[in-house]
Ligand binder design. Structure first.
Ligand code: CAO
Length: 541
């Protein structure tokens, strides 16, 4: 029996990249053997084989961008019966195999000769519970030739981007919307004129182009992005198509809009000139360096230096995780006005308690480090100071206060920094927090973190306490608004009003987004957090 292996639920990630294919056609695999490595900008995950058997087909290749439901490969399992019901890949998934064309019959030929011209209005489909849908991009201006299934418009809601395909091959006769327009289910987007078999004319096809009822609507004013209709000037680089049709996925289009980049100006390095996220980053970088060269306020580029002038060097490639976290850290550093608040918590009693409990718990295979108590105390402080468990809206108009407490834990791995998320930390006890954080750290180091274990954090803790140091300034893990850095505790002389006493002091470094949090609030947060760590009974109050 031939079984298909599809991309599983990849959580919030819209697209993931196939970074490695671990098998070849003809390989025998056992159930759970890793087949393919997928990577988003947040995580990498190995896709295990759901079956034991022989690899009969590989339907993807390294570098492909795939989404949930995309076909990865096929496995022949023990039973030789052909599969009758196979899971359908998601419509639109890029790895969907081409259907094998049926041999043309006489009837088919007759049908094509009697095809009639018709026009069809492509409308906004059912978009679930999305409140606001905006036209993100019109992909096919008036006059464009489109294939059946080819995307004509990109819509975007607060939850997702979606490309709307034409279900008729033909020419775009009219475009009813412009970029930035708000639309709702049923609104017309474009009209396509094409030829169909007579029996298909019963579908909701209209001969006459409807005009939307909105009296203010005037399609004369926006003839489908006129600039795109103008004949293209001679291109120096064929991969750059200003004003022309651009191949790019929704996530890339969204990123382009965020950076204010016209996709037509970007050279696509993907297959058939498809624009990738990296292309936009490169484009922005080059624009910024150009503006600084010309005396603007862009970020001045660090000049490239030939280090071999001074001695021997070795060039070591950066891992994908390191490159992805470099991008995220850079973005946060550039966008977030960071301030770091330092404090110290007296954890003398907590340490005595932790060590005494550890003796007993270690027999049960549990290891309590200060981290589990930190998570517990942080959640208590977040409940008291909700603006730290929040995100700021893009227009800087609102804080989104989250009523759940998912704590990101920065974990050092040999490939770089990974931040798995300990979900619903408010409902868990210290022992469970210790077990789960240790498990997440182990999965991160073994590259076995499921994609959804990397998402949804509301606040992050970065503990360097096991290594050393007295303080540091962690970078906010955007879109969160604060991160707690923890350094190594040490016994210090503390004045108690009459004498110096030896106390175990834990250094805390809270970096926060100054747009969302004031300095006074940050000082109150760390003071409260330190007081909880000094007397954990406070979490009971
Ligand atoms: N002060 C003193 N000792 C500490 C401590 C602290 N703040 N925190 C941990 N320790 C001790 C632990 O108790 C443990 O001691 P024993 O081995 O004697 O029992 C030892 O240090 C090692 O702890 P650990 O690091 O293995 O475990 P942890 O629970 O403290 O941390 C994790 C887990 C995943 C956070 C950590 O392993 C890690 O990866 N840290 C690096 C995070 C990082 O790179 N951050 C920088 C990101 S840039 O912002």
């Amino acid at each position: 029996m031939i079984e298909k292996v599809l991309v599983p639920d990849v959580g919030e990630a819209e697209d993931v990249e196939v970074v490695e294919i671990l098998v070849t056609v003809g390989d025998m695999v056992a159930a759970d053997d890793s087949l393919v490595v997928l990577e988003s900008d947040k995580a990498s995950m190995e896709i295990p084989s759901p079956y034991a058997g022989k690899i009969t087909g590989i339907e993807t290749k390294e570098g492909d961008q795939v989404g949930e439901g995309s076909l990865l490969l096929e496995i022949e399992t023990e039973s030789k019966t052909e599969a009758t019901v196979e899971p359908e890949p998601e419509p639109g998934s890029r790895s969907e195999p081409e259907p094998t064309p049926e041999p043309e019959t006489e009837a088919d030929t007759a049908e094509t000769t009697t095809r009639i011209e018709t026009s069809k209005v492509i409308t906004v489909p059912d978009v679930g519970d999305a409140q606001e849908i905006v036209v993100a991009e019109v992909l096919t201006p008036q006059g464009t030739q489109v294939d059946e299934g080819e995307s004509v418009v990109v819509l975007e809601s607060d939850k997702a981007s979606m490309e709307i395909p034409s279900d008729l091959a033909g020419v775009v006769q009219e475009v009813f919307v412009g970029e930035g327009d708000e639309v709702k289910e049923g609104d017309p987007l474009v009209t396509v004129v094409g030829r169909v078999a007579p029996d298909q004319v019963n579908e909701p096809v209209v001969e006459k182009t409807p005009v939307p009822e909105d009296p203010e609507y005037n399609h004369e004013e926006r003839p489908a992005d006129v600039s795109r209709l103008a004949p293209l000037p001679q291109q120096q680089d064929p991969a750059i198509t200003p004003g022309g049709k651009v191949h790019a996925g929704p996530a890339v289009r969204k990123q382009a809009r965020e950076y204010g980049v016209d996709l037509g100006d970007v050279k696509g390095s993907g297959r058939r000139g498809r624009v990738l996220k990296e292309d936009i980053q490169e484009y922005v970088k080059s624009r910024l360096s150009r503006s600084s060269d010309s005396g603007g306020l862009g970020i001045p580029e660090v000049p490239e230096v030939d280090f071999t002038k001074w001695g021997e060097v070795e060039e070591k490639p950066l891992s994908r995780i390191r490159k992805a976290s470099a991008r995220n850290l850079h973005r946060s550093w550039l966008n977030v006005p960071h301030v770091t608040q330092f404090d110290e918590a007296d954890i003398t009693d907590l340490e005595l308690f932790r060590k005494s409990r550890n003796e007993q718990l270690q027999k049960e295979g549990v290891k309590l480090t200060p981290l589990a108590f930190l998570i517990k105390a942080v959640v208590d402080a977040l409940i008291r100071f909700p603006q730290f468990n929040a995100s700021i809206t893009k227009d800087y108009d609102h804080l989104i206060l989250k009523k759940y407490y998912h704590i990101g834990i920065a974990v050092e791995t040999e490939d770089g920094l990974v931040v798995p998320v300990l979900k619903d930390a408010d409902s868990k006890g210290v022992v469970q927090l210790a077990n789960e954080s240790a498990e997440l750290a182990a999965q991160a180091r073994d590259k076995k973190l499921p994609m959804d274990a990397m998402q949804g954090a509301t606040f992050t803790i970065s503990s360097l306490g096991g290594i050393g140091g007295t303080a540091f300034t962690p970078i906010v893990n955007t879109p969160e608004v604060a991160i707690l850095g923890v350094s190594r505790s040490k016994v210090s002389p503390v004045w108690n009003g009459s004498e110096f006493t030896p106390r175990t002091m834990l250094p805390l470094s809270l970096s926060y987004d100054h747009r969302a949090i004031d300095g006074a609030e940050a000082a109150r947060f760390t003071t409260y957090l330190a007081s909880v760590l000094t007397d954990m009974r406070k979490v009971l109050m």
